[in-house]
Design a protein around this ligand. Sequence first.
Ligand SMILES: C[S@@+](CC[C@H](N)C(=O)[O-])C[C@H]1O[C@@H](n2cnc3c(N)ncnc32)[C@H](O)[C@@H]1O
Length: 252
Amino acid sequence: MKGVSLFANVGIAETYIKQHKIEIVVANELLDNRAKFYQEMHKKCEMIQGDITNDDVFSRVLSSAKKHKCDFLIATPPCQGMSIAGRMQEDDPRNSLIKYVIKLACELQPTNILIENVPKVLKTYLIHNGTQIKITDYIKNELEPLGYIINPVVVDASDYATPQSRKRAIYLISKVHKWELPPKQEKITVRDMIEYLPSLESGEASPVKFHRAKVHNDRHISFLKKTPTGKTALHNKIHYPKKVDGTRIKRL
Ligand SMILES: C[S@@+](CC[C@H](N)C(=O)[O-])C[C@H]1O[C@@H](n2cnc3c(N)ncnc32)[C@H](O)[C@@H]1O
């Protein structure tokens, strides 16, 4: 299956997508250096660099996706603009970027669409025709009449063989069925992944390719060393990460 990627950055989101027999053949990214990096990594893909809100850029992406018969769309719009209803005085233009994902979806109508963002997207509103609407409702209003089934889920990377707790919202959207998440996998720890490597102190490197430790300050070293396996540093009652003024950091 061929696919198109919006807000592609350097293509991290689609790293493993080939394993699922999907080939991203068209991609769009705003920034020149990111687009060049993407193109270097994915030489066969047509990278169209530019602002997706620009009519010319949008129609080039659409016509290339149509030409390649793309039947899959992945979109990972920026999340900095996420704000909750009520506090939102006016439309944050970054929240509205998702409208271009939906516009492309409506015109291309690929069988499957995957939209990824921070979990807060599920509570975030955008302004449409002058009124506030939840992003999720906006997506449903636009796509359900076209026969899409929309399944918004929150996924924790640690449930899928990744040694990191990181939650993301994903809209799994399909024309053929309710697209569900695969069964959760057994958790793995950072130790499981790296214990075969030689031990390094801050700033040291080993002969193993890319194996070098970042230079950390004493505060970081203290809480990193004392973090129990399977916990985050924030669980540590004494050696927890602190701000410069000594107060506890609530979230990393
Ligand atoms: C959250 S990142 C995407 C991360 C990406 N999926 C990855 O795997 O690396 C959002 C990207 O959208 C790009 N972007 C922001 N505004 C854009 C616009 N108007 N048109 C096209 N790309 C845009 C940003 O430069 C950024 O690289």
